[in-house]
Design a protein around this ligand. Structure first.
Ligand code: SAH
Length: 204
């Protein structure tokens, strides 16, 4: 996976490649789907939701330029896999999930794999961020939003980076917002396709 899906497509950050090698994706997918774990595609995790394609997770992690000291907000906890990758790259991760059963799934997957040491799973509407642990040096949103939710910009530290798919429910662009010295700029965009963000700042 790391060579054919990530390196070949331009993922260069050695820490990201290491994290993608280290985190056992098969532990986060449903039992009957374990053989598909490393396929080059998103996988169903129930409740109409998916774990993103490995490449997309690696790309989003690389765009956050994590060094290991950051507190990260992961919006859309799902299976907990993306949070586990971010947990390997940052000091602390708060992973927020709106569907109670999925928040429990993320929590139990992370505990079973003993990857929960620096990750807190919370249940709530991540389009409003999670003010209790703000500000965040990095925010990663794994569901498509119609616009960048204002609370996420407000909870982004300075310096800080936010990566989020923005668009309609079928097509989006992955946007990277970089906050530095009080100025907010946009750095990078590629087209992508995520499940819709729900809640106040989502498609409801
Ligand atoms: N990152 C996850 C999968 C993301 S799928 C993984 O590694 O498995 C998108 C997830 O976002 C789904 O679990 C969905 O329930 C969740 N979601 C959608 N809207 C949300 C919101 N407003 N707040 C928090 N989670 C949300």
């Amino acid at each position: 996976m790391v060579d054919s899906q990530l390196r070949k497509r331009g993922i260069r950050d050695a820490r990201v490649l290491d994290a993608m090698l280290a985190i056992p994706r098969e532990e986060f997918v449903p039992h009957d789907c374990r053989v598909c774990s490393y396929r080059d595609e998103p996988l169903q995790i129930g409740y109409g939701q998916t774990i993103s394609q490995p490449y997309m997770i690696a790309l989003m992690a690389e765009l956050l330029e994590l060094t290991g000291v950051e507190t990260v907000l992961d919006v859309g906890g799902g299976s907990g896999y993306h949070a586990a990758v971010l947990g390997r790259l940052a000091a602390r991760v708060v992973s927020i999930e709106i569907v109670p059963a999925l928040a429990r799934l993320a929590q139990s997957n992370l505990a079973r794999t003993a990857l929960d040491g620096n990750i807190t799973v919370v249940r709530g509407d991540g389009s409003q961020g999670w003010p209790d642990a703000a500000p965040y040096a990095a925010i990663s949103v794994a569901a498509a939003a119609p616009d960048i939710p204002e609370p996420l910009l407000a909870q982004l530290a300075d310096p800080g980076r936010l990566v989020i798919p923005v668009g309609d429910q079928s097509d989006q662009v992955l946007r990277v917002i970089v906050k530095s010295e009080g100025v907010t700029r946009e750095r990078f965009a590629t087209s992508c396709r995520f499940v819709p963000l729900r809640g106040e700042g989502g498609f409801r």
